[in-house]
Design a protein around this ligand. Structure first.
Ligand code: HMG
Ligand code: MG
Length: 300
């Protein structure tokens, strides 16, 4: 399979990244980060989530963040929504699109959203109905696509089953999440090939966390199968509140550098992306976790 000519980056830093930060991040800083990303050429930015703030306090102000963004034409500002209550809050805040999230692991489903996989799929039905009626695009996530912090290895057939259920429900794209970053290229290859038996490859996105340092290798493995949508997080922000020890998503700056080297277009300005990553890293009082950002910032 030839490598794709264009890759769409779904920037999840403002949601997946920041949701895991313990220190309070003020609304204006979140908005400034999102605006910097839009100005750098990102067209898909997951800007927040509408979940129970008791469980994820950092996202409690998502409505205010969505209200204050300086919206750029052609940019989709997405929100994570676990149930119809979350969907209604997201639409009220003018989210462009929403994302629902299921898991391929029963234990992770219980810990993350307090219900079984089957129950979660039932909860998503009213979201899909409301979204259809209001012409809102819905993206679907599957978590723990290679391994689970509670159950260990997860069979690819289980991932395919959940992915297919979300796709049949009407999700326009299915993002496959290696939540704890345990995957390596062969496992990822097998998993994607199994999912691609029932879902077209152009509808599959990958979402790699970098806990074991494999996310760039896994991204390349996915590209070789024809996957052309990659989720990543600026400055490698993040982790998962329900997967202890999980590190952030693959760093956007590192993915952009990989793609540039492969001559794959993204429409994103790498220098502007690095500036956005450096901005939020400085605010958080730490070094940018993206290796490419560190190398280039030092070089100039
Ligand atoms: P629950 O306790 O089962 O829900 O939580 P409930 O319906 O019984 O309601 C309990 C309380 O929550 C009620 O409030 C509801 O109003 C409230 P009370 O009456 O006690 O005051 N509530 C809500 N409040 C605000 N917004 C809502 C909402 N829904 C109910 N939407 C629920 C179920 C899913 C809500 C809860 O478990 C939750 O919020 N979990 C957080 C999940 C989360 O955000 N996880 C992190 C994101 S997923 C992720 O990072 C993985 C991903 O990146 C992919 C990957 O890496 O694999 C996507
Ligand atoms: Mg994630």
């Amino acid at each position: 399979m030839p490598l794709p000519k264009h890759v769409r980056i779904v920037e999840v830093g403002p949601r997946d990244g920041l949701q895991n930060e313990k220190q309070l991040i003020d609304i204006d800083t979140k908005v400034a980060l999102i605006d910097c990303l839009a100005n750098a050429g990102f067209t898909h930015i997951e800007a927040g989530s509408f979940v129970n703030s008791k469980w994820v306090p950092q996202m409690a102000d998502s409505a205010a963040v969505f209200q204050k963004i300086n919206r750029r034409a052609g940019v989709s500002y997405a929100a994570l929504t676990p149930n119809i209550k979350g969907f209604e809050r997201a639409i009220k805040a003018n989210a462009t699109e929403v994302a629902i999230f299921a898991s391929a692991s029963e234990s992770f489903s219980q810990k993350n959203i307090n219900c079984s996989i089957a129950e979660s799929l039932e909860r998503f039905k009213p979201i899909m109905q409301a979204a259809k009626a209001q012409n809102v695009l819905v993206r679907g996530y599957v978590s723990c696509v290679v391994g689970c912090p509670y159950e260990g290895d997860i069979p690819a057939t289980k991932v395919a089953e959940v992915a297919n259920a979300l796709y049949k429900m009407g999700c326009y794209e299915i993002s496959l999440g290696d939540t704890i970053g345990v995957g390596t290229p062969i496992a990822v290859n097998t998993m994607i090939n199994t999912v691609a038996e029932s879902i077209p490859i152009e509808k599959i996105a990958v979402h790699f966390h970098d806990t074991y340092g494999q996310a760039i290798a896994n991204s390349y493995a996915a590209l070789q199968l024809g996957v052309s949508v990659i989720d990543s997080s600026i400055a490698g922000l993040g982790g998962c509140p329900y997967a202890e020890g999980a590190s952030g998503n693959v760093a956007t700056e590192d993915v952009l550098y990989l793609l540039k080297g492969l001559n794959i277009d993204t429409g994103i300005n790498l220098s502007a992306a690095i500036a956005a990553g450096n901005f939020i890293s400085q605010y958080l009082g730490r070094c940018n976790s993206a290796k490419v950002a560190r190398a280039i910032t030092k070089a100039v």
